[in-house]
Design a binder for this molecule. Structure first.
Ligand code: ADP
Ligand code: MG
Length: 478
């Protein structure tokens, strides 16, 4: 039996407002427990929520960016449930009339192809507090600093067909909210997290199968692992003659397994009803136009501009534009290097990104600035050094040994492009290897590579490879 995997994601993005969605308390992360929860966040009797306009602006920005309808009228509802970190006994959310309606996004897959994924809706809601299980022996602590922090919940259509697609979608949303500057995207601090809904159905079946929901996964790597392990589990259950129960499961990263938490609640379990303390949110045309005017160039627009005006592949363009700061860095490199797009792209996405990842350094703190890297790319482009030597120069620049020209000068790495300097090296290599010469001349063409290697080695990598090839060919054949 061939199984088709079906995945829909619910992403919670914490909006980067200074104060909470219905109160004036600060949203800053990391304060002492319960120092940033005011009477409204605590749900004390007699208080009234007041909507933070900035949260509405940010949600509208997101809606416009995914080509969705931003509702002219949306309504806050109470979602009732009982939990110690929810002092009011209900969460203010949106149910029937969310602020953002249907939109879509393009995702890039590793094989270079792209796919459209539908966004069903996005709605505003408040976050709950946090239960601290480790801090007090035998007791649970409650920190309400997070209570009332604005969230945008972004619900996708069940359009993803693999864990990889789900990760690509999650990365795309992550990149978008950071471009829009509506969420800092910090997954460790919980500002960006996701629930994954997973089901499997026989290949060709139209109806969706019952799904499970994997809660609160806070890294791209765990999303992929959690989905894959859950898919395996579901297939095993079904193939053994069992049925998948609609339920909420928890992913345990240490054991790499999912565990049942509770059976899935239905909307009516929450007794949703419009919050009588809040007026419907009415959005005027002028407001929307003003928000539209603040939209930056979006990742996809940038990507297509890079493809069209720089001739970059969709993959390269996608990598460079996934992060706004990386794209800005690339454009400075390109400018300094004088329009070497492909070469600049390779160096930014390859050597630079590799070095940053390896040393766990943020782009903003890179020891090699964009102007410096541009200077290096320019020296490759004008044949002062080969790509191979350039890696050596890059390492020296990374260690703080100055810009490309200074390093090339200090280490004597300038490429030899003068034929009269290369020829004697070739002559010497040929006379040192009479055996290989005889074999080559009797038809063993493969030995050409051997000679190129010897010449490059003898020149300590500095001979211009193209010239070595040409001159060597002449001499060997001559
Ligand atoms: P709820 O509000 O109960 O969580 P929704 O119908 O709003 O349920 O769906 C939540 C998410 O689950 C959406 O992202 C949706 O695409 C996804 N989803 C719904 N049905 C399935 C299914 N059978 N398999 C996988 N994902 C699904
Ligand atoms: Mg859900």
């Amino acid at each position: 039996m061939q199984w088709e995997v079906v995945i829909g994601l619910e992403i919670h993005a914490q909006l980067a407002t200074k104060s909470k969605i219905f109160s004036g308390a600060s949203t800053a992360y990391g304060a002492e427990p319960n120092t940033q929860a005011c009477a409204v966040d605590l749900g004390l009797p007699g208080v009234l929520p007041v909507l933070n306009k900035e949260a509405v602006t940010m949600a509208a920005k997101f809606g416009l960016a995914i080509g969705a309808e931003v509702s002219r009228r949306s309504v806050f509802a109470r979602k009732n449930y009982f939990y110690p970190d929810l002092p009011k006994g209900y969460q203010i959310s949106q149910m029937e009339l969310p602020i953002v309606g249907r939109g879509e996004l393009e995702i890039e897959l590793e094989d270079g192809s792209t796919k459209m994924v539908g966004v069903t809706r996005a709605h505003l809601e408040e976050d709950a507090g946090k239960s601290l299980h480790g801090d007090f022996h035998g007791k649970t602590g409650i920190d309400l600093n997070r209570a009332g922090t604005p969230l945008l919940e972004i619900v996708s259509e069940p359009d993803m067909r693999s864990a990889k697609e789900a990760v690509a979608y999650m990365k795309k949303i992550h990149s978008l909210v950071r471009y829009l500057e509506i969420c800092d995207g910090n997954m460790q601090e919980g500002s960006f997290r996701c629930d994954a809904n997973v089901s499997v159905r026989p290949q060709g079946q139209k109806e969706l199968s019952p799904r499970t929901e994997l809660k609160n996964i806070n890294s791209f790597r765990f999303v992929e692992k959690a989905i894959n392990i859950e898919v395996e589990r579901q297939i095993d259950v079904i193939e053994a003659g069992g049925k998948i129960a609609q339920e909420t499961r928890l992913y345990d990263a240490d054991k790499n397994e999912t565990r049942s938490m509770r059976s899935k609640e239905e909307a009516n379990d929450y007794r949703y009803f419009p919050d009588p303390d809040l007026l419907p949110v009415v959005i005027e045309e002028d407001f929307l136009n003003a928000v539209k005017a603040t939209l930056p160039e979006l990742p996809d627009q940038k990507k297509h501009r890079y493809m069209d005006s720089f001739g970059l592949s969709p993959y390269d363009a996608g990598v460079l534009t996934s992060d706004r700061a990386l794209a800005e860095y690339f454009e400075v490199v390109l400018d300094t290097a004088g329009g070497e797009a492909k070469l600049s792209a390779n160096w930014v996405a390859g050597e630079l990104t590799g070095a940053l990842n390896k040393t766990d350094v943020e782009l903003a703190d890179s020891p090699v600035s964009a102007v410096k890297l541009g200077g290096l790319v320019a020296r490759i482009a004008d044949n002062t050094i080969s790509g191979k030597i350039a890696k050596e120069v890059f390492q020296a620049m990374w260690q703080g040994e100055g810009d490309a020209d200074a390093v090339i000068e200090a280490k004597g790495l300038k490429q030899i492009t003068d034929a009269s300097a290369i020829e004697p090296i070739i002559d010497e290599v040929i006379s040192n290897n009479p055996g290989q010469l005889a074999q080559y001349r009797s038809g063993k063409d493969k030995l050409f590579g051997f000679f190129v290697g010897q010449v490059m080695k003898a020149s300590r990598g500095k001979a211009n490879p193209q010239q070595v090839n040409e001159l060597l060919k002449k001499k060997l054949d001559g």
